[in-house]
Design a protein around this ligand. Structure first.
Ligand code: ATP
Ligand code: MG
Length: 562
């Protein structure tokens, strides 16, 4: 972890320093570079996740800070796993995070150029057509401790290689029968430099180029060229590419191209309980363990969006965790901290009862309705107010009642005790009604008309304040509560590590009527309960909310919040 890591959004905004920015400062100071051009290069083989958010915040953030550019480039050189659906979701997610790309590119736009550069390498005697089988190639490659040996095809003439490579493109050979390899050094201590493959034959339909090609370039060959063609100055990637950097540089040193970006590696972002392997995320989707890529339990950007996380919270988190060379694991709690921090400032307060218990106010006039003025957000003076209806029959939270108060610190409702109803009156419980099974079905209470607005003439102190909803005006609501998908911070096996309680559905919830106006994606603080976002499954007469996060330390805050 970076030692400059910040713990709060305010500090996070100030951090913004790391070894990559130091390199850029130095490059600008010495004149090695006169501008800053970055790119975010996802492979469109899945939805973006929290790790990509880190890369996006870093690349786009640097471009913004230095008045430079940042491209969005789809690294679509692997035809079999890529789909247009992913391309579209990626664009949506980058924009939702608050960034706009300078140029939109696809590596597949450069296929013709990649081919021409391959011809150049062959012509210079720097690439050759390999005809060993994949298994033989593995044998020839050697190991970490033993050098590889040269293939018998390594010394083919330039003419023969040119002829074979053109025929590879023309579709004369079966898949897997030949590959184009760079001619570098079979004895290199870096295995990536032992004549790495540049092209393979693969008859596969590509989401953009269709069946135009049956040979596809390898990532390590296509990536540096794509960067250079776009004039990228700093090609930022994750640490696993460190050993590939010599190959990145070799490709650019040996072709005729006038830009040579600097590859800089940083440690991947790992967050506890958040799986960031696209393969594993895809499995969760295809095995129907989650409802889709945007299931609110998923660590995808679309999942976090549906859950109610805000772009600012995710960006602040990505900045706060810093950028370093050391692999580590960040606690999920830190991300939630930034989510709460942002929602506390921005989310409208409303009253929703999750597990309703009916309350009848015996001395409240039948048929009377009062509309109380309620503050929308005490943290935001501009948020205004709304009207909340009050009547004889109400719902309160089941958890806010116990027949007998367990101790003196119990400030919620019990028989004979008095509480304040937020925005309304003091009530006292007089009687409990139970069904045949002995379960509490209804409370009888009295209200004190003098306590309207929160106090009484005799100055009685009431310690507990409860939220409530008027039964007559309540909107039927479903609430989805989430926990982590996996049981341990680093667990990811869908067979053994799934948390069976990752989703709980409360189908009897009651919401105040103002929520009928809410739209999917709107975020709220349900007083005393937490932060919630309206789900697109909502309909006009049945609302659905996802719990984004609990209020930190709910119990401790009960008194303070009001
Ligand atoms: P996977 O291997 O699961 O398919 P990937 O890392 O290969 O994921 P890409 O689409 O190639 O996914 O990633 C696009 C960019 O995002 C790359 O530059 C990559 O380094 C970066 N990136 C991916 N995961 C993380 C992460 N966890 N932390 C930081 N950056 C990441
Ligand atoms: Mg990748």
């Amino acid at each position: 972890m970076d030692t400059t890591r910040a713990e709060t959004p305010e500090a996070a905004e100030k951090v913004g320093r790391d070894f990559i920015r130091d390199i850029i400062d130095e490059d600008l100071r010495t004149g090695k570079r006169t501008k800053v051009a970055t790119r975010f290069p996802p492979e469109p083989n899945g939805y973006l996740h929290v790790g990509h958010a880190k890369s996006i915040t870093l690349n786009f953030g640097i471009a913004q800070e230095y008045g430079g550019t940042c491209n969005l480039r789809f690294d679509d050189t692997n035809p079999t796993k890529e789909e247009t659906e992913y391309v579209e979701s990626i664009m949506e997610d980058v924009r939702w995070l608050g960034f706009e790309w300078t140029g939109l590119y696809y590596a597949s736009d450069y296929y013709e150029k990649f081919y021409d550069y391959a011809i150049e390498l062959i012509s210079k005697g720097l690439a050759y057509v390999e005809s060993l089988t994949a298994e033989e190639m593995r044998e020839y490659r050697g190991t970490l401790t033993e050098p590889g040996k040269n293939s018998p095809y390594r010394d083919r003439s330039v003419e023969e290689n040119l002829d074979l490579f053109k025929r590879m493109r023309a579709g004369e050979f079966e898949d897997g029968t030949h590959v184009l390899r760079a001619k570098i050094d079979m004895a290199s201590p870096n295995l990536n430099m032992r004549d790495p493959a540049l092209y393979r034959i693969r008859r596969a339909h590509h989401h953009r180029t269709g069946d135009a090609w049956c040979i596809y370039p390898m990532y390590d060959y296509a990536h540096p060229i794509s960067d250079a063609l776009e004039g990228i100055t700093h090609s930022i990637c994750t640490l696993e590419f460190e050993d590939h950097r010599p190959l990145y540089d070799w490709v650019l040193d040996n072709i005729t191209i006038d830009c040579h970006p600097q590859q800089i590696e940083f440690a991947r972002l790992n967050v506890g309980y958040m799986v960031t392997s696209k393969r594993k995320l895809l499995k969760l989707v295809t095995d129907r363990i989650v409802s889709g890529w945007d299931d609110p339990r998923m660590p995808t950007i679309s999942g976090m969006r549906r859950r109610g996380y805000t772009p600012a919270a995710i960006r602040n988190f990505c900045t706060a965790v810093g950028t370093s060379k050391a692999n580590g694991m960040v606690e999920l709690g830190l991300l939630e901290h930034f989510v709460r921090d942002d929602l506390n400032k921005t989310a409208q307060r409303v009253m929703v009862v999750q597990r309703p218990l009916k309350v009848v106010l015996e001395n409240y006039p039948e048929g009377q309705v009062e509309w109380f003025e309620a503050e929308n957000n005490p943290e935001d003076p501009n948020a205004g107010t709304r009207k909340v209806p009050f009547s004889k029959v109400l719902y309160i939270e089941r958890d806010d009642f116990m027949e007998v108060a367990p101790n003196k610190k119990y400030f919620r409702l019990a028989v004979g005790s008095e509480v304040r109803l937020k925005h309304a009156y003091y009530i006292t419980c007089t009687e409990v009604l139970k069904d045949e099974a002995g379960d509490i079905v209804e409370l009888r209470c009295t209200y004190d008309p003098e306590s309207r607005g929160g106090g009484t003439p005799d100055g009685r102190v009431v310690r507990g304040t409860l939220h409530w909803v008027s039964a007559e005006h309540a909107v039927p609501t479903e609430i989805r509560l989430y926990e982590t998908l996996f049981t341990e911070p680093t667990a990811s096996d869908v067979e053994t590590d799934l948390n069976p309680r990752s989703l709980e559905v409360l189908s009897e919830a009651k919401a105040e009527p103002s929520l009928k106006e809410a739209k999917a994606g709107d975020r709220f603080q349900f007083l005393r309960m937490g932060y919630y976002a309206m789900d697109p499954d909502s309909t006009g007469d049945r609302l659905v909310f996802n719990r984004t996060a609990t209020l930190k330390d709910t119990w401790a805050k009960v008194g303070k919040q009001q």
